[in-house]
Design a protein around this ligand. Structure first.
Ligand code: SER
Length: 889
């Protein structure tokens, strides 16, 4: 079976067991502060396990795009070096939400593997949770008994909490698990060492393929385990590993999933896979990382400098570097592999194929930039080695006891860290380059730098969250009423305290709320909660796992009491104006620029709107005007809002609604249309009842934010009025300054011309002044030991000092000139030497200036014949001038 057939067989099998097949959730997570990427199939169902969310089907199966590169589950370092770990992988899973439990999960897993897929039973082992005293958890004898019906006892192994108790993170749903391992060694090998000795022992041919988790608990933030109201099943099977087993290969990379990509890499590099372990690793790294990067970008996460974007950037750089170092691929190449992957995934993950060009462009840009840094970093490395070598030589001559390079050929850890931090140089690359010249890296120093940086970022991100305090039984769940009303009665269901860098806050969850929680690019509502005579301000409203969280700075005295929740109306209206305007803008862009325009991000608040979209060229002035005009036309047409709540997603798509890649939509969606012929979008935000309320729309900026992505910022209603008023005011001020001429432009043009004339005249005067200064300096030159020496203070800026220095070099023989000027506590310094002094007397302006700058607490450098420096201590100028003289003695 090829990989597509294997995937389909899995889905069909569970479909036949009454499971609903659902699509993969996006790999990039947007509304969970504890998780950047989907790292397990169960992530998207977390709220169902916790009982926060209802489910339509109690049995579900899918293939889920996962990425394990950060947090609790992180396999990055292994990837490529071994044959069965990946950054991005597909996890096949089946779920029971309070429906079947251990018996069926075990029975079906066994049936699928041995009867449908035909894996030899002799090659399978299973593990069962062996209990944990500290946690007060007993052995999972129930699972053991079910397994015994299928597999001899000696192939059922009891495992520790580490291997057989699955948790998604530091908190959240969890439970004991049973893993299925497969032994794919040759028969001879299997006879020599029985497979049960090798389970969970790091052998690449005896590996886990399926994990059946029996979710029963919720791990609280304080570490406690709390029993969940129902029991659930969460299973996850490594798809790539399954393909390896079924295709009778010894490495995931030998399956059809990776071979096409590896062949493309081999072709690009002219090196064949299998010819050398080192180049093989590089090819595996690249093949793996290509998938992680492409899927992340398809889901809307571009490489960047922060958070999830930084993770993607690091993966991409790791791939580039392996190509650069081991396959001699010195030009961008990863982007060119995208079509192979996109083609392969076309039916199951069409998001790659549909955005192929965009993904390629984004990767190419990132590769190009990193290859440049890589080259600069390598240069920086070489000059470090050069100067370390010459310092060493000097030290040997002068016998300096203090110098840092006296110990043999060690690269300073601080420098290695600088390479990492500034040039994105992974330390193993620095080590590799060091090794090639017989040097070593001071890894302790490097780790120290790393630790310090980590501590800094940990500190920056600390958020301390208490567990929820339940106030009221949450029977009917939360109700959002904010589409229809801005005020509502409410009760607090639960609250918790949260400490962040900014201070202490409370998170409140209400049974009914008119507050819109930040999502889909629209900022959250603010407002008040009135409880008796208390008024509590809601600073912001956010969403976490589909719960509306109201953020306040205090709790009502009596949290049980009924509240009146009221949204800040003005802010809500201004935000709705901007949100509806964003929809009109989106539609207008597609009309004016073309259907390739896809939304790539948006931000809507009460002040403005921001819209990111795919488009390759800068928009011309005419295009911007056309878009503004079209939007304003629709505003004046005063189109009524057409809203449909809870319609099936398929029907919405038929209506031509624009859905976004990387967004998670439920089965039922909401549609917002302003004229079904013009703008129809899937959207959960708040909107104007009639477009006329938007008043007037104005684009205030347009620019690029990444390869092929442009950003528009715009304003509406009152802000547009303010904008035009300011422009008018500005014009008034200019006119006043020009003494209110009848024609402002002519007035300005005259001013510019006059200014140019005056500059010309001033320049001529300056030339004369400089010449005079130069002549007077020449008069002051004294002869010492055949050197024409002068050290003097002048009243000139650096540029003029340099000009005078250059001229005097050509006019005075054997010149050694030091010029110093100071203004506002800053010192400027110039040293220049005639070539004769440089060549015959081995004098060096760069060295001299370094010594002199010490006197004014500064530094600088330059070439042997001319050097400049700055300083912070004008008091030291007399000492500096004196020191200058010592160089001719
Ligand atoms: N959640 C479990 C895992 O990720 C099974 O799906 O291994």
């Amino acid at each position: 079976m090829n990989s597509s057939e294997i995937r389909q067989t899995f889905l069909d099998f569970f479909s036949s067991k009454a499971h609903q097949i659902v699509p993969s959730a996006p790999m990039v997570i947007k509304d969970d502060p504890t998780l950047m990427f989907t790292n397990a199939g169960m992530n998207q169902f977390k709220d169902i396990f916790l009982g926060n969310k209802e489910t339509k089907s109690r049995r579900v199966a899918d293939t889920q795009k996962c990425l394990r590169v950060s947090g609790k589950h992180n396999d990055l370092e292994e990837v490529g070096h071994d044959t069965y770990h990946h950054t991005m992988f597909e996890m096949l899973g089946n779920w029971s939400f309070g429906d079947y439990f251990k018996k069926e999960a075990i029975e079906w897993a066994w049936e699928l593997l041995t009867e449908v897929f035909g894996i030899d039973k002799e090659q399978l082992y299973v593990t069962v949770f062996g209990g944990d005293e500290k946690e007060g958890l007993t052995k999972d004898t129930e699972a053991f008994e079910y397994w015994k019906k299928h597999i001899p006892e000696e192939r059922i192994l009891f495992g520790s909490k580490k291997d057989n108790f699955w948790e998604m993170g530091d908190s959240g749903p969890c439970g004991p698990c049973s893993e299925i391992h497969v032994d794919i060694r040759d028969e001879q090998e299997r006879k020599k060492i029985p497979g049960d000795n090798l389970v969970n022992a790091g052998n690449p041919l005896v590996i886990e393929i399926w994990n059946l988790v029996f979710i029963e608990f919720n791990r609280q933030a304080n570490g406690e385990l709390v029993q969940l109201p129902s029991k659930h099943v969460d299973t996850g099977m490594g798809f790539e590993r399954l393909c390896m087993v079924l295709q009778q290969k010894k490495s995931n990379y030998d399956t059809d999933l990776f071979q096409a990509i590896i062949r493309a890499i081999a072709q690009k590099s002219g090196i064949s896979y299998g010819s050398d372990p080192k180049t093989d690793i590089a090819m595996r790294v690249i093949a793996d990382h290509l998938r992680a990067i492409s899927f992340a970008i398809a889901d809307g996460q571009l490489p960047s400098n922060v958070k999830a974007g930084y993770v993607i950037r690091r993966i991409l750089r790791r791939a580039v570097r392996y190509g650069y170092t081991f396959l001699s691929l010195k030009d961008p190449f990863i982007s060119e592999l995208v079509p192979v992957l996109a083609q392969q995934m076309q039916t199951i993950f069409p998001e790659l194929f549909k955005q192929k060009e965009f993904i390629m462009n984004s990767i190419r840009k990132e590769e190009t930039a990193f290859l440049k840094t890589l080259a600069t970093g390598i240069q920086r490395f070489s000059s470090y080695i050069e100067s370390a070598k010459s310092s060493k030589l000097k030290d040997q001559n002068t016998d300096s006891p203090t110098h840092q390079f006296t110990s043999s050929s060690i690269i300073d850890g601080v420098f290695a860290f600088e390479l990492f931090d500034t040039y994105g140089f992974p330390v193993d690359l620095t080590q590799l380059m060091a090794k090639e010249i017989g040097w070593e890296v001071d890894m302790e120093g490097f780790s120290k730098g790393m630790e310090e940086q980590k501590a800094r970022s940990r500190h920056a991100a600390t958020v301390d969250t208490d567990d929820w305090t339940i106030v009221k039984e949450d029977k009917d769940g939360q109700l959002f009423v904010g589409f229809d009303q801005l005020t509502s009665d409410a009760h607090i269901l639960r609250y918790r305290k949260v400490k962040t860098k900014e201070g202490e806050f409370y998170h409140l969850i209400l049974d009914r709320s008119p507050f819109y929680a930040e999502s889909g690019g629209q900022t959250g509502d603010s407002g008040v909660l009135v409880s008796g005579d208390e008024i509590i301000e809601v600073i912001n409203t956010v969403k976490e796992h589909d719960q509306i969280i109201h953020i306040t700075q205090k709790l009502p005295r009596n949290p049980n009491q009924k509240l009146i929740a009221s949204v800040d109306k003005e802010k809500r209206i201004a935000t709705a104006n901007n949100h509806s305007a964003t929809h009109l803008l989106h539609a207008a862009l597609r009309q004016v620029l073309g259907k390739h325009v896809e939304q790539k991000g948006s931000l809507v608040d009460e002040h403005h709107l921001r819209f990111d979209f795919t488009h390759f060229d800068k928009m011309t002035k005419e295009e911007i005007e056309k878009v503004e005009k079209l939007v304003n036309l629709k505003v004046r047409a005063n189109i009524p809002l057409h809203e449909e709540r809870a319609i099936p997603v398929e029907k919405a798509k038929e209506m031509g609604a624009m859905a976004l890649f990387g967004e998670k939509y439920g089965d039922l969606v909401r549609i917002i249309a302003f004229d079904p012929e013009f703008s129809v979008e899937l959207c959960g935000g708040t909107h104007v009842p009639f477009t006329g309320q938007i008043g007037m729309f104005k684009i205030i900026s347009e620019g690029a934010i990444a390869a092929g992505i442009r950003r528009i910022e715009a304003i509406t209603a009152g802000k547009t009025e303010e904008y035009y008023n300011e422009q008018e005011h500005l014009l008034g001020q200019i006119s006043d300054l020009l003494k209110n001429p009848r024609d402002i432009i002519r007035g300005l043009r005259n001013l510019v011309e006059e200014n140019q004339q005056l500059q010309k005249i001033a320049g001529e005067f300056e030339k004369v002044r400089l010449k005079e200064i130069k002549e007077s300096l020449k008069q002051q030159i004294r002869q010492h030991n055949g050197i024409s020496f002068l050290a003097a203070t002048v009243d000139l800026d650096m540029e003029s000092m340099k000009n005078i220095g250059f001229e005097m070099r050509t006019e005075v023989g054997n010149l050694y000139l030091v010029l110093v000027s100071s203004s506002e506590g800053k010192v400027n310094l110039l040293v220049t030497l005639s070539d004769s002094l440089v060549n015959d007397r081995k004098m060096n302006a760069g060295q001299i200036i370094r010594e002199l700058a010490i006197e004014v607490q500064g530094g600088g450098g330059g070439q042997p014949h001319i050097a400049t420096a700055g300083g912070r201590n004008p008091e030291g100028i007399p000492a500096l001038l004196k020191k200058a003289e010592t160089f001719v003695m």
